[in-house]
Design a protein around this ligand. Structure first.
Ligand code: NAP
Length: 298
């Protein structure tokens, strides 16, 4: 396959990581709670919020992930705590907000980033697999958002919520029926809660990433990409994949006072992947042919 990067420039690379797009005190004294903030994109966003002065609360299940998240925030010069929490359990969610308040005061920004996903044809997906993914993504975002909003209203403080979706949220996602349905539910929540909570001073936006390689991609996602995630640039009109700090910049803008009138918005950052069409579409390949055979089928 031809390497079109030899012939076309593609979209330019962003400024390097570590550069700030907003004033350095944008989040000074503010508390940002990020579910799944210890790995991948959550960790990248935590780092950018910390660079702008935020106190960070990393909320997820694994102690190992807590450690990597805390180290990344500290390396950026920020302060963070990590709290063990499963987003599917509203009591654990409430306890996490209690701990955040004890450490840093009422939470100002909530990033609903935690997710689970694995590619599988819909007919092979077990009820447990369906419930796991929709529970983390949809139930988790709802429980965290409501806990956050109740506390903002009680404290008489404004707030901002950012829901991390995916570029396929509004289209088809063969092999990802569970994830796509859950993310579409969160997009619906974004719109509805933006309207319900604007009078209370709470903004609700979504950020939909395209392909952003990082070191924490799980084995299920990597199996489909034997050449690695970086090679996915071939599938993006930009002729490159996203850099995780680009997402951090978008997140810090959308939750900042500079976006005070932006709410109910789904901001996509994907190098035009979502809109990609060819002059003549390639062959339609059934999902079973696209995925490696499952153990039971092999
Ligand atoms: P990731 O590294 O696997 O992150 C998922 C995070 O969710 C982990 O830190 C995990 O932490 C946490 N989590 C999972 N189940 C949880 C639960 N029940 N309760 C609390 N936390 C839980 O994946 P990622 O690529 O960074 O994805 C982050 C977000 O970006 C997701 O919403 C994903 O859909 C979206 N996204 C990613 C890409 C991409 O290219 N990477 C593209 C589009 C959208 P623990 O294991 O510690 O619980």
């Amino acid at each position: 396959m031809e390497d079109y990067r030899n012939k076309y420039p593609g979209l330019s690379s962003p400024p390097e990581m570590g550069r700030a797009m907003l004033p350095p005190d944008t989040y000074t004294g503010k508390t940002v709670l990020i579910t799944g903030g210890g790995t991948g994109l959550g960790k990248a966003m935590a780092t950018e919020f910390a660079r702008l002065g935020a106190n960070i609360v990393i909320a997820s299940r694994s102690a190992a992930h807590h450690a990597t998240g805390l180290a990344a925030v500290e390396a950026a010069g920020g302060k963070a705590i990590a709290v063990g929490m499963d987003v599917r359990d509203p009591e654990q969610v409430a306890r996490t907000f209690d701990e955040a308040e004890r450490a840093f005061g009422v939470v100002d920004v909530l990033v609903n980033n935690a997710a689970g996903n694995f590619p599988i044809p819909a007919v092979d997906l077990s009820p447990n697999g369906w419930r796991a993914v929709t529970g983390i993504v949809l139930d988790g975002a709802f429980f965290c958002s409501c806990e956050f909003a109740r506390r903002c209203v009680a404290a008489g403080k404004p707030g901002a919520i950012l829901n991390i979706l995916v570029a396929y949220t509004t289209g088809a996602a063969p092999g990802h029926a569970h994830s796509a349905a859950a993310k579409a539910g969160v997009l619906s929540l974004t719109n509805t809660l933006a309207v319900e909570w604007a009078p209370d001073g709470i903004r609700v936006n979504a950020l939909s990433p395209g392909i952003f390689p990082h070191e924490n991609h799980g084995p299920d996602m990597l199996k489909q990409r034997p050449d690695g995630y970086e090679a996915e640039w071939r599938n993006v009109p930009a002729l490159r994949t996203g850099r995780t700090h680009e997402l951090g910049w978008a997140a810090t803008y959308l939750c900042s006072p500079y976006a005070a009138y932006v709410t109910g918005m789904d901001f996509t950052i994907d190098g035009a992947e979502r809109h990609r069409r060819a002059l003549r579409q390639g062959a339609a390949v059934p999902i079973r042919e696209q995925l490696p055979p499952r153990q039971a089928d092999a």
